[in-house]
Design a protein. Structure first.
Length: 506
């Protein structure tokens, strides 16, 4: 019998709280590994997925010599993690083939082309050409249907992508830096994803912008999902939409009629000056109170994200905004609360670097939204302790619990049981603290971490930068953090070289 080739697909991740244990209950979940796996012909390959968010840090040294091919994906800040993992696999099996794609090689094209055997700039579909080159065209799957079977347990949630990229250009968004065209999946692709998903409790549409710029396409996509909902494939669905979606009530009506139970939108800030500086014009009229009411009237739960920008806002202003939300039970608490991140490759990163706002000795892995990385408007001694309390909801925990109950009670007549439970559990889960349970090795690694300081200038290196196993000196560079700024706050030569485009890039 022909031996199957072992493929390991890894979503590399550095947890902002420096926990090495799994984050099982977090929605959404990274789907690139599941879509990538769908391109391999099932008969020829043995595929494993390790998602460092869902499964926790990959610390099982027995895994290192298992794969013949390792495929990496991950958020931009996880570059160092992919570099570290590549060293473990290469040391254990010098013939291993390494492939990387997604935001990391898009932001660091030259560096990734130097490190990995294949560095892809394109979408998940590009993996087919590599499979064909390495193993022959017969090894590419005909259906390309996502391998949701490799994503169990899924907590009853199925994931669907109906469009790629975004038609807006917010200054801080990595998609703006990548400049890829907004496009919708074909009906055939959407149906194939829904078929592969089978019966689930609820569907989350992952699109950055489900609404988009074509009314016809939007309506068609809503109806396609609605048809499956009516057939009973799931009890409801939710999607991410941009602020312009709410300007026409018929959009909300259409989604509600087709089984949509929740929408998420990046409100980002209640401060118009901050929104203008982010080029986030579409959120100018996104008042969470108005939008919560509007959605609730149609039986839909409204969720949103907020960004605090201490280069423009004072601690008193941020405090006041959060208190106003906590004191108003009809508005949900934001599902996401972070600091602005100057993500590599974005216009925001460039302007921050040019204006000398980036702190000295900044590492790429610092850019996780949970620490101060730019010089704030007020003194550091004031901002950093405030951020430490803000992100842990310190001093606001009992107000949080009271708000969660009052909010769920307030909208109980508009929502069904699933939505009421979501309204109650989501903020408690998000801000109430987490239980760090995982393998012994993962729990030991989390325990070893130095306490967070919430400031890039004082945080020490994560323990992931110390190799788990003894490695030859040629792998030393794999554990050296990619430094964004030097001691004077200027961009490092290494970064400038890493970002330059070379003609050899695939
Ligand atoms: C799931 C998700 C998460 C999950 C898991 C993310 C992960 N990979 O680890 C969680 C909840 C942890 C998360 C967290 C954050 N996220 Co997030 N997240 C998403 C979300 C909603 C879906 C991602 C997804 O699965 N898409 C579907 C898959 C198929 O596509 P994809 O991963 O985008 O990959 C495409 C290409 O990059 C490429 N590709 C990717 N990998 C590979 C590999 C190969 C080999 C190939 C060929 C191609 C390829 O193909 C795909 C298109 O076909 C996206 C929005 C979106 N709709 O994409 C945001 C998004 C990825 N997140 C984003 C952000 C900003 C964050 C946060 C920083 C938010 C915050 N301020 O706290 C945090 C990260 C904190 C940290 N530690 O750094 C940004 C991108 C940031 C970046 N480039 O680093 C996005 C794009 C949202 C946005 N529009 O701003 N997120
Ligand atoms: S609307 Fe969202 S996805 Fe689109 S550019 Fe702005 S932040 Fe990015």
């Amino acid at each position: 019998m022909k031996k199957q080739t072992n493929i390991l697909i890894i979503n590399a991740y550095f947890d902002p709280w420096r926990s090495a244990t799994p984050t099982r209950w977090f929605i959404p979940r990274a789907m690139a590994p599941i879509y990538l796996a769908g391109h391999f012909n099932r008969a020829d390959f043995h595929i494993k997925i390790w998602d460092e968010v869902f499964h926790g840090a990959l610390l099982d040294t027995r895994m290192f010599d298992w794969p013949d091919v390792v495929i990496f994906t991950g958020l931009t800040a996880a570059f160092d993690r992919t570099h570290q993992l590549s060293a473990y696999f290469r040391n254990a099996n010098p013939n291993v083939i390494t492939i990387i794609g997604g935001p990391i090689p898009r932001a660091l094209p030259t560096l990734c082309a130097d490190i990995f055997d294949y560095s892809c700039q394109g979408d998940v579909e590009d993996i087919s050409a590599i499979i064909a080159e390495l193993f022959g065209p017969a090894s590419v799957s005909h259906s390309m249907a996502p391998r949701f079977d490799l994503a169990v347990p899924s907590m009853g949630v199925g994931y669907l992508e109906t469009t790629k990229n975004c038609n807006f250009a917010c200054a801080f968004c990595s998609l703006t830096g990548e400049q890829r065209t907004y496009k919708a999946h074909t009906e055939q692709s959407i149906s194939a994803q829904l078929d592969a998903m089978q019966r689930v409790l609820g569907v989350m549409v992952l699109d950055n912008n489900f609404y988009g710029n074509s009314r016809q396409s939007f309506e068609r996509r809503v109806e396609l999902i609605g048809a499956r909902w009516r057939q009973g494939q799931f009890r409801g669905w939710g999607a991410l939409v941009t602020g312009d979606f709410f300007k026409h009530e018929e959009n909300i009506e259409l989604m509600a009629r087709n089984g949509c139970k929740a929408v998420f939108s990046g409100v980002e800030s209640l401060d118009p000056a901050v929104l203008r500086s982010f080029n986030k014009k579409q959120s100018m009229t996104s008042d969470p109170l108005k939008l919560t009411k509007l959605c609730a009237e149609h039986g839909m739960f409204f969720d949103y994200g907020m960004i605090s920008d201490f280069t423009q806002q004072t601690t008193a202003e941020v405090d006041e905004q959060l208190n106003a939300i906590i004191q108003e039970p009809s508005i949900p608490l934001p599902g996401l609360l972070t600091l602005t991140i100057p993500i590599l490759g974005t216009p925001y990163f460039d302007s921050s670097a040019r204006a000398g706002k980036l702190m000295p000795n900044l590492l790429l892995s610092d850019m996780d939204g949970q620490k101060v990385v730019e010089w704030p408007k007020e003194p550091l001694e004031k901002v950093v302790p405030f951020v430490a309390d803000l992100l842990r909801f310190r001093g606001r925990k009992s107000a949080l619990v009271r708000h969660a109950f009052k909010h769920a009670w307030h909208w109980r007549r508009k929502f069904d049981w699933d939505q009421t439970a979501l309204a109650l559990v989501r903020p408690l889960h998000r801000f109430g603290g987490r239980v760090n349970l995982g393998s012994l090795r993962q729990m030991r690694q989390s325990f070893k971490e130095q306490p967070l300081t919430y400031c890039a200038m004082s945080d020490g290196l994560r323990s992931a930068y110390t190799p788990l196993v003894r490695l030859p000196s040629k792998f030393e560079a794999c554990f050296t953090p990619l430094q964004i700024t030097d001691a004077a706050g200027g961009l490092t030569e290494d970064l400038i070289k890493a970002r330059s485009k070379s003609s050899a890039i695939t």
